[in-house]
Design a binder for this molecule. Structure first.
Ligand code: ISL
Ligand code: CA
Length: 557
């Protein structure tokens, strides 16, 4: 397998609005991040992925960009940004910027021009269509509820927005749009950044004619007509040729609905497109037919099946990104572990599980101290996805309020967006003012200061996981194999490289299941690399009674 620095790296995602506020306005900012660089260095991460910091009216917290080449006022200035980049580089860390080019903000100069008239030179930068019989051009629903089309009086046409109506989709069929995007990317790369995370990059090519999605409802899911669309690989290859291939960078493309076959193309070994993609199959495990808000119990065996499929499917052909949460997903201890009695144990177990897989691991801010989900009153939520869903389901659809609130508690994106808990002072040390989103009330107990003072904290465990990656090649490059496939509580797997085997045992339950070592795993020596309970090095591992959420990693030779 080809060795690459980005395969050997660990990425840490910062959601700037919620990371650290430096000036008391309640909003996280660049100077706030700069003040925590030593903290990140102590953790040991290699690359920082910065969620969008560009100019934005914040309809979707920066994922609606009105100027791609400047910094949002609340976050600081380009000068602050340069300081951040330099601060990272001096400490030997890299910076990956978020690239949001499936859509812009409706307040971007291009869109302001585009909506003026049908013959405006920017008209074709976006996707405009006539209505059909006084209705939208097609039946596509938006990711954020309702129609994916917005009527615009000025020219009596509709524009497409797969996300909010303030996020019009760019028209990638237009060569000039593509050139603008490539030039903008080059501008950032020439400033010295080290890569891009590309927002919903697999949605940029829409099927010609924009056909209706299947179903008879007013608004239906049209994904098959815009996910991994007909020209997406052509566009990415062009982007690669014009821009990416000229730099030694890390690229990851967020790709909802991508299959393994798609991924093998996006993240191919000739590197003609991207280094890796973010897939979502494992994030859908606890969702029913109705999508993310349709709650379904988590089943470990289904999870194993999905993870193993990706581990084996990309082995030697592409490269996996490894994540269990981000700014769109609930907190992992609340979702896959236990955020009460076994919060610390399960946080460590989940970290072990993820970091020992084949791929590049991503840590989301706060994960390294085991932050948890929240239950807010409706008016305390900020997220547009939550608000739109609530309006559609409860106010317009008359659905049961308690049921909808349960779904928000479990899956709402604000679970991930409550400010980072730095210490036990008011507002967790995140701000001296009023935070833009309330803190999780448990900040007095769960915070960075506390974690740094406790040698058994989740923080130091993550630090060790990251260190191990630098010490053992097998953790990066070994082949994955699932063992004990049908076990409903224990997820165990091996990684092999040459003569060595890495044995990873993780208990996803609060019970004490017995782990039985498969007999086809002979070895002479075993080294315990990491564990989240005290264990005797000499313990016989043929059969182990596991503790709740126990995790162990052995190197067998
Ligand atoms: O959150 C999701 C599922 O739980 C996804 O549907 C998510 O909205 C989708 O993957 C796209 O996410 C990205 O683009 C959005 C932005 O709101 C998200 O924050 C971003 O990660 C539009 O730019
Ligand atoms: Ca601020």
């Amino acid at each position: 397998m080809q060795k690459k620095w980005w395969k050997e790296s660990v990425v840490y995602q910062i959601y700037p609005r919620s990371f650290m506020d430096s000036n008391g306005d309640g909003i996280g900012d660049l100077q706030g991040i700069i003040s925590k660089l030593d903290y990140l260095k102590t953790l040991g991460v290699d690359v920082i992925w910065l969620s969008p910091v560009y100019k934005s009216p914040n309809d979707d917290n920066g994922y609606d960009i009105s100027n791609y080449q400047d910094i949002m006022d609340e976050f600081g200035t380009l000068k602050d940004w340069e300081e951040l980049l330099a601060g990272l580089h001096t400490r030997g860390m890299k910076l990956m910027m978020d690239l949001v080019v499936n859509h812009s903000s409706d307040e971007h100069a291009w869109f302001i021009e585009s909506r003026k008239s049908k013959d405006n030179p920017y008209r074709d930068y976006y996707i405009w269509r006539d209505g059909k019989e006084n209705k939208e051009p097609n039946n596509w629903s938006s990711f954020f509820s309702g129609s994916a089309w917005q009527y615009d009086e000025t020219t009596d046409q509709y524009y497409l927005h797969l996300f909010s109506k303030k996020q019009p989709d760019l028209n990638w069929e237009n060569k000039t749009v593509r050139k603008e995007v490539y030039d903008m990317m080059t501008w950032w790369l020439d400033k010295g950044i080290d890569g891009f995370r590309m927002d919903v990059i697999n949605l940029i090519s829409k099927v010609e004619g924009l056909p209706d999605g299947p179903g008879e409802g007013r608004y239906e899911w049209g994904g098959e007509h815009f996910m991994n669309g007909p020209r997406v690989h052509e566009f990415l290859q062009e982007m690669n040729k014009e821009v990416l291939s000229k730099y030694d960078i890390i690229t990851v493309g967020e790709s909802p609905g991508a299959t393994i076959e798609d991924a093998v193309q996006y993240a191919n070994n000739q590197y003609t497109e991207l280094n890796m993609i973010f897939t979502f199959e494992h994030m859908d495990i606890d969702s029913g037919e109705g999508g993310k808000w349709d709650l379904k119990p988590f089943e470990l065996t289904a999870f194993k099946e999905v993870m193993s499929k990706w581990q084996i499917g990309l082995n030697g052909k592409g490269w996996n990104s490894l994540y269990l949460n981000n700014h769109d997903q609930p907190r992992i201890v609340s979702r896959f572990g236990n955020d009460k009695e076994y919060r610390v144990e399960s946080a460590k177990m989940l970290g072990t599980f993820l970091h020992m897989l084949q791929g590049t691991p991503y840590i989301y801010q706060g994960e390294e101290i085991g932050m948890t989900n929240v239950k807010f009153d409706l008016e305390d939520y900020n997220d547009i996805e939550i608000k739109n869903m609530y309006r559609e389901a409860v106010i317009e659809g008359g659905e049961n309020l308690d049921k909808v609130m349960e779904a928000i508690y479990a899956k709402g994106r604000d679970n991930a967006r409550t400010p980072v808990q730095w210490d036990s002072t008011e507002n967790g040390g995140f701000t001296t003012g009023t935070p833009w989103l309330k803190l999780n009330p448990n900040y007095q107990k769960i915070n960075v200061e506390q974690a740094l003072a406790d040698e058994n904290s989740v923080f130091y465990y993550y630090q060790k996981l990251i260190k191990l990656r630098k010490q053992y090649e097998i953790i990066v490059y070994g082949d994955y194999q699932l063992i004990l496939e049908d076990d409903k509580q224990v997820y165990a797997y091996t990684r092999t490289l040459g003569e060595e085997t890495l044995l990873v045992i993780t208990n996803f339950s609060g019970e004490k299941p017995t782990f039985i070592l498969p007999t086809n795993l002979p070895f002479e020596t075993k080294d315990l690399l990491i564990s989240n309970y005290k264990t005797e090095e000499t313990e016989d591992i043929a059969s182990i009674e596991l503790q709740p959420y126990e995790a162990r990693v052995y190197l067998l030779k």
